[in-house]
Design a protein around this ligand. Structure first.
Ligand code: 5GP
Length: 189
């Protein structure tokens, strides 16, 4: 039986990565994470092939041209995209596949899977906008203008939460992961 395709979105800094790490520990979900491709430079501690496939802009554009990507988007001057073949292979093997992507890409996926009844979309929300801003600033890895761009993008993304089938507030990563795990389990049944 084909695996579930799960799209998880939420504004930059909401804690999607941490929630995902908690979720991935739950073996009962048979969840595989789709590693995205990006032209962004790696942050300290990020590993190529594990966090992202870090590629040049030329390479990324070639993948778009070859139609290798399920979706792709530009986010704060960098490209991000989901390699299509890997997602399909895993789903055909019966695994559930998690995409952690921003809203432009999520909308492309929603368009493509209209007839796919094994698809769910989840939007992760911060407890408040102030909380989100302090998380984005807490990373200390980016200049003020990039932070401002991320905050403005976050406001726009929050306005799109109702396009998603489920909305989950990230009060703690454990609570949010548990809620998402329950959504996944009830969708598998
Ligand atoms: P970051 O630079 O913080 O790692 O990611 C920036 C945004 O890009 C996040 O919202 C993240 O979820 C999103 N993102 C990561 N991979 C992909 C992808 O393959 N496609 C799209 N559309 N967005 C992605």
């Amino acid at each position: 039986m084909k695996g579930l395709l799960i799209v998880l979105s939420g504004p930059s800094g909401v804690g999607k990565g941490t929630v995902r790490q908690v979720l991935m520990k739950d073996a009962s979900l048979d969840l595989c994470y789709s590693v995205s491709m990006t032209t962004r430079k790696p942050r300290i501690g990020e590993i190529n092939g594990q966090d992202y496939f870090f590629v040049s802009k030329e390479e990324f554009l070639k993948h778009i041209e070859n139609n290798d990507l399920l979706e792709h988007a530009q986010f704060v001057d960098n490209y991000y995209g989901t390699p299509k073949a890997y997602v399909e292979k895993l789903r055909n093997e019966g695994h559930n596949v998690l995409l952690e992507i921003e809203t432009d890409g999520a909308r492309q996926v929603m368009e493509k899977v209209k007839d796919d009844n094994k698809f769910i979309s989840i939007f992760l929300l911060p407890p408040s906008f102030e909380d989100l801003e302090s998380r984005i600033r807490g990373r200390k890895s980016e200049p003020e203008e990039v932070i401002q761009e991320r905050l403005s993008k976050a406001r726009n993304e929050l306005n799109l939460q109702n396009l998603y089938m489920y909305q989950v507030v990230n009060k703690t990563p454990e609570q949010a992961a548990l809620e998402i795990a329950n959504i996944i389990k009830s969708s598998i049944k």
